[in-house]
Write a protein that binds this ligand. Structure first.
Ligand SMILES: Cc1cc2nc3c(=O)[nH]c(=O)nc-3n(C[C@H](O)[C@H](O)[C@H](O)COP(=O)(O)O)c2cc1C
Length: 210
């Protein structure tokens, strides 16, 4: 290990929002991807990926993701739907479904079903209304706890916090201790711009002792 000799300072308040966004995406990575299913008030399913996503605790087991306000100041369909029906599914994104996931990120008009557009198979959830994605190796059924707005206007965040009610793990990826086999689920990470990573290059660190 060696300390870096110099650092350039980029002060956020002196930069355009878009530039802060790009810098942030190049520094905070790899980001896991939540491929989120919601449904509209009239029952049309919606599917969209979000890499502002993470697990946040386990009592209760909970996750968060953030649909940001679009550059034109409008809200994403996922946020609209969650305000009407407070339930969502996080479908994880394996390497196998990368292209179809990317297709589903297109800004389709509200009311367009991305399951059909991107070729995914909806399957019923057990406890909530939004369907799961059968091609995803793990799905988390979630009940919305709250939405926390961060900022306002274009590119502001809307942190959607949900309690996980149920995990669905594909049988071939389920280990005996109730966890998922990391190699089998073969998840992606999001980097900056168009770039992604896999979780194939792994190593272990043992817990430290005093
Ligand atoms: C891998 C990936 C990750 C993304 N992460 C986010 C994110 O964290 N927040 C966000 O607002 N948009 C994110 N997007 C863009 C949304 O998926 C996109 O705006 C989508 O059209 C939103 O769909 P909706 O309007 O149906 O909710 C991401 C796109 C991709 C491909």
């Amino acid at each position: 290990m060696k300390p870096y000799p110099n650092f350039t300072q980029l002060t956020c308040s002196e930069r355009a929002g878009r530039d802060n966004f790009k810098t942030m995406l190049s520094c905070v990575l790899p980001r896991p991807i939540a491929f989120v299913t919601t449904i509209s008030a009239d029952g049309v399913p919606n599917l969209a990926p979000f890499s502002f996503f993470n697990a946040i605790g386990s009592n209760p087991p909970a996750v968060m993701f953030s649909p940001c306000t679009r550059a034109d100041g409008t809200d994403k369909d996922t946020l609209h739907n969650l305000s009407a029906v407070e339930e969502f599914v996080v479908n994880v994104v394996s390497h196998d479904i990368r292209n179809a996931m990317n297709q589903a990120s297109f800004a389709y008009a509200p009311g367009v079903n991305e399951f059909e557009k991107a070729g995914f198979t909806p399957i019923e959830s057990r406890f909530i209304q939004p369907p799961r994605v059968a091609e995803s190796p793990v799905q988390l059924e979630c009940k919305l706890i709250k939405i926390v707005p961060v900022g306002d206007g274009p590119l502001s965040a809307n942190i959607c916090i949900g309690e996980i009610l149920c995990f669905h793990i594909a049988d071939e990826a389920l280990l005996e201790n109730g966890t998922a086999n990391v190699e089998k689920i073969d998840l992606l990470g999001r980097l900056g711009g168009p770039d992604y990573s896999t979780t194939r290059d792994r190593f272990a660190l043992e817990k430290p002792t005093a």
